[in-house]
Design a protein around this ligand. Structure first.
Ligand code: ZN
Ligand code: MN
Length: 259
């Protein structure tokens, strides 16, 4: 049986709901530059593929991935000015996620995981959860539970040591760098341009933000730090550590909800 919502029929899904609502994982990504070596869909592909593995472990379902997200920010994604980025305004993004949560819940899918692959989405997902709960409450639907998590939350100290034997510079500067490149080398090796993997010092940003952002104020390849240390073995270690741990956390999050 598929874990993908879009491969099920309406009667099949309805039967699942009536048997007790399954957990639905909604992968949320972005269409964002990831240096010269990783595809624009990296932030959507990673959570989607992890979600399918997690769902198989806990008998959950995976909703169609949201492949566009909130605007790439210079310090965490290189910036929305870079070629190929296509993003949504915060209000648009928030309302799109709100609408989907509401429709899932109206059809009985009341256990929803917002499973994020793009840091910039985070607070808009919080807002979407809040707005959807408010809207559903006014319709008399009060048994909805939403869990928000980035797929990266379960990267622990041991895994950090595997990824960065010489020490981690900073997670914010990991965009298109060692972690994402390693995971893509494991999950989608044919999509990684190995001969173009960038190796350069980390981007050097001021502590403050200036609007409009001046692209000339920083120079980097689109990766915010070197990806030279990436390997498929590290990617395998990330996936094999994260999948059971995320499955455990999702199970725990729905078990512990007593409200
Ligand atoms: Zn990314
Ligand atoms: Mn991103």
């Amino acid at each position: 049986m598929t874990v993908r919502l879009d491969e099920m029929t309406s009667p099949e899904l309805d039967a699942r709901v009536k048997a007790g609502p399954p957990v639905v994982i909604l992968p949320t990504g972005a269409f964002e530059q990831h240096g010269p070596h990783l595809p624009l869909g990296t932030d959507a592909m990673i959570p989607q593929r992890l979600a399918e593995r997690v769902a198989a472990q806990i008998d959950a379902l995976v909703a169609p991935t949201l492949s566009y997200g909130y605007k790439s920010q210079p310090k965490s994604g290189g910036g929305n000015h870079m070629p190929g980025c296509a993003s949504l305004d915060g209000a648009t993004y928030t309302l799109m996620v709100r609408d989907l949560i509401c429709d899932f819940a109206r059809h009985g899918l009341t256990k929803i995981v917002l499973f994020d692959g793009h840091m910039e989405n985070q607070m808009f997902l919080t807002e979407a959860a809040d707005l959807s709960l408010r809207a559903l409450k006014s319709e008399g639907i009060t048994d909805v539970r939403i869990v928000k998590m980035g797929y990266w939350i379960s990267i622990n100290a041991a895994l950090e040591k595997v990824l960065f034997p010489d020490g981690l510079i900073s997670w914010e500067l990991e965009h298109a760098a060692v972690m994402e490149t390693s995971v893509m080398l494991h999950l989608a090796p044919d999509l990684v341009r190995r001969d173009l993997i960038p190796d350069h010092p980390p981007a050097d940003f001021p502590l403050y933000d200036v609007y409009p952002f001046d692209p000339a104020s920083v120079s980097h390849s689109g990766a915010l730090s070197s990806a030279a240390g990436a390997t498929a073995e590290k990617g395998k270690a990330v996936v094999e550590t994260l999948v059971p741990e995320l499955a455990r956390q999702i199970t725990e999050a729905f078990q512990n909800m007593t409200v």
